[in-house]
Design a binder for this molecule. Structure first.
Ligand code: DX5
Ligand code: ZN
Length: 217
């Protein structure tokens, strides 16, 4: 069970300080948006490179961009330890995943809420993680889409059947009220933006979310 706070909810004028505040997390989730694949624009390669130099935790880059086939390996070169790209934008999913791995990072696919998992179930050997979006990608602070939990369960079954070590990430509206359900459905990497950076005491909130994702068991 791992926590990957999204710096989309952080103070963009002080990113180094904001990374320090999540040093007890497992990853820093970096949302790369290009104003084409999603209607929002955030940051790109030069900023990721700068963040990688100072981050106390590894970078988990979530690419919400067109043509990830071309760009994804460059995010590994920039210092990302995990690179996630959207299947809806990719030309060749397998080739892109292989290029990410060849460059030295974990490779992951992301599925928008309307995108089924079934066509990709056979690709698990090529992947280190599957990201099931629990909001429409583009913005932080949106409401969690509980109906996506069925997809999380479906991915969990496929991963267990496959037997390899493939992580299942959820992203969007994940917080105190929803993280337990995500864990119960089979997710094991949790992205949270507003739920981590909203409260004043970020370290205490990370500890609280870790408790909730471990569940009442
Ligand atoms: C949305 C991004 C998310 C976003 C999550 O497109 O992929 O990572 O930062 O923000 P919250 O946790 O506030 O829903
Ligand atoms: Zn994200």
């Amino acid at each position: 069970m791992q926590l990957s706070p999204s710096i989309l909810a952080a103070d963009f004028a002080n990113l180094q300080r904001e990374l320090e505040r999540i040093r007890t997390a497992d990853w820093a989730h970096v949302d790369v948006m290009d104003a084409h694949f999603v209607p929002n624009l955030t940051l790109g390669l030069p900023v990721v490179e700068a963040l990688a130099r100072v981050s106390p935790v590894p970078l988990d880059c979530h690419l919400m961009i067109e043509d990830p086939d071309r760009w994804a390996p460059q995010y590994v070169e920039a210092g990302a330890r995990s690179v996630t790209f959207h299947v809806e934008a990719a030309g060749d999913v397998v080739a892109t995943a292989r290029a990410i791995r060849a460059a030295g990072a974990r490779a992951a696919i992301a599925l928008k809420p309307g995108t089924p998992f079934a066509p990709y179930a056979d690709l698990l050997a090529e992947l280190d993680m599957v990201l099931v979006m629990t909001v429409e990608p583009g913005f932080g602070g949106q409401a969690f889409m509980a109906e996506q939990l069925a997809k999380v369960r479906q991915v969990r079954e496929a991963v267990d059947r496959h037997g390899g070590e493939v992580w299942i990430q959820v992203d969007g509206g994940v917080g105190e009220d929803t993280i337990g359900q995500c864990a119960e459905a089979g997710a094991d990497v949790f992205v949270a933006g507003s739920a981590v950076y909203g409260p004043e005491d970020v370290a205490a909130q990370i500890a609280r979310l870790r408790q909730l994702m471990a569940g009442p068991r």
